[in-house]
Ligand binder design. Structure first.
Ligand code: GDP
Length: 455
């Protein structure tokens, strides 16, 4: 328990209906009562019940009409005694209220300190703290729901269960290694492979669910690429259902990368319209092509756009060659005109994840494209399963997953259980870090410092 009582404004500054000032710590109720005048002092009211009253300044003069409430230790956000004063919004009332509280001795709260106290009092773990941050920052409905699942402890629980299972298996493997003569329950090779297969399956699923969660909070970056004049800008406009990019019949109009946000089925997409890929005619075009390559680096998925009304040429082949090794879909545009590019030809041009025919001008095939993009990146069926995770938590899951895969491979190939044991330890350490079990204070500080003051 912390001794100091902290206070901060928990709502955004500026004109609004109400502004909430929060206190946490042993003096919360007492200090709130120093300026709150209701029918009864908060100290005499039931916790969690709002009281109506006024706030008074040091001379006893009222300066706002408010609602106030207090929470008992163990039954509040931070786990400590807390009080909240719901002032009128705007800049003055909450500021005067806070100034009075600070004069009484309440320390201004640091960014994320309320949540940090919830963590220190054991009400939440660090994975849940990340989920609170993700809830505040969510930019899509699906991202918000994923954050709520992690907040409910889904990620921590599942990772902890997987960790326990790994620990159990490690114990069995290591007992067999340390006491080979003891005739301990001998885990045969095939049995071990089977156990590892099941653990790795769980790690893969957890990784996929968290990866989806991360995509939902960060959005999916989709780059539109292709040679000039195939209809990339028209496609961007069709996807957005509004004219965002300049469309002209002059090749090489888009010189810079245009970014535009879009949401499909609650999934945020960042569309990146790029300069056409061809042998550049001038320096500006060459710079535009550099930017295209940067956009490709950032993209989760690329869309290779082809003009279906003209035979494929070297510029198409050149553009396709830039996509080797990158996940992409091939789009045969201008399907409203006579077809000059066959499906097989489009497929042969580049090893993409699929070929779609559409017309950006007529808006044909646009909905199907959005659907395919989301399904390709998120994976169908995973959207409702998403769990919120930070990029570093996802990285730990990736490590755990590959260590388990490696252990399974080694045992299957008869390369020794001692190496498998080392891999199991590696997988467990990754989950320890994900669950913040190694008590890394610097890491905890880093998480809370990303919060706003008052949370
Ligand atoms: P970009 O250079 O790849 O961005 O291509 P634009 O979007 O600027 O389009 C180049 C030309 O193709 C313009 O004249 C568009 O009107 C035309 N265009 C784009 N999409 C279609 C389509 O689906 N059908 C037809 N008929 N023309 C299209």
């Amino acid at each position: 328990m912390q001794n100091e009582t902290i206070a901060a404004l928990s709502t955004a500054l500026g004109e609004s209906a109400i502004a909430i000032v929060r206190l946490s710590g042993p003096q919360s109720r007492r200090w709130a009562d120093c300026l709150f005048r209701g029918r009864r002092p908060l100290a005499e009211t039931e916790p969690r019940f709002m009281s109506h009253g006024r706030l008074v300044d040091e001379r006893g003069e009222p300066f706002d009409e408010v609602l106030a409430v207090w929470f008992a230790p163990g039954r509040s956000y931070t786990g400590e005694e807390m009080a909240e004063i719901h002032c009128h919004g705007g800049n003055m009332a909450a500021r005067l209220c806070l100034e009075r509280l600070h004069a009484l001795g309440a320390r201004p709260a640091k960014a994320g300190e309320f949540t940090q106290r919830a963590f220190l009092s054991g009400r939440i773990d660090l994975a849940q703290a990340e989920a609170i941050l993700a809830t505040i920052r969510a930019r899509s409905e699906a991202g918000l729901k994923a954050a709520q699942k992690s907040l409910a402890g889904d990620l921590s629980r599942r990772a902890a269960t997987l960790r326990e299972k790994i620990l159990d298996l490690s114990a069995l493997v290591e007992a067999g290694l340390d006491y080979p003569d003891e005739e301990l329950p001998p885990l045969t090779g095939p049995e071990l492979v089977e156990e590892l297969r099941s653990l790795s399956g769980e790690a893969h699923l957890l990784f996929d669910r968290c990866r989806t969660g991360l995509l939902l909070s960060q959005g999916i970056a989709v780059a539109l690429v292709g040679k000039p004049n195939v209809g990339k800008s028209s496609l961007l406009n069709a996807l957005l259902a509004r004219p965002r990019a300049l469309v002209t019949a002059v090749a090489g109009t888009t010189r810079d990368v245009l970014e535009a946000p879009l949401s499909h089925r609650g999934v945020p997409l960042h569309l990146l319209d790029t300069a056409g890929l061809r042998v550049p005619l001038d320096e500006v075009e060459a710079l535009g092509i550099d930017r295209t390559m940067e956009a490709l680096e950032r993209a989760d998925l690329a869309l290779l756009v082809l003009d279906g009304s003209a035979p494929l040429d070297d510029d198409d082949r050149r553009a396709a060659s830039r996509l080797v090794g990158r996940p992409h879909l091939t789009l045969v545009n201008k399907s409203d005109l006579p077809h000059r590019v066959g499906d097989d030809e489009a497929r042969a041009l580049s090893p993409s994840l699929g070929v779609l025919r559409l017309s950006a001008r007529e808006g044909e095939g646009i909905e199907a494209l959005k659907e395919t993009v989301v399904d390709t990146v998120v994976g169908s069926g995973l959207l409702d399963e998403a769990l919120n995770a930070s990029a570093s938590q996802l990285e730990e899951l990736r490590l755990a997953r590959s260590a388990l895969d490696e252990a399974r491979r080694l045992v299957r190939e008869g390369l020794g259980e001692d190496v498998a044991a080392a891999n199991l330890t590696e997988a467990r350490s990754a989950l320890d870090r994900l669950l913040f079990l190694d008590g890394d204070d610097a890491l905890a500080e880093r998480i809370f410092s990303r919060f706003c003051v008052g949370k």
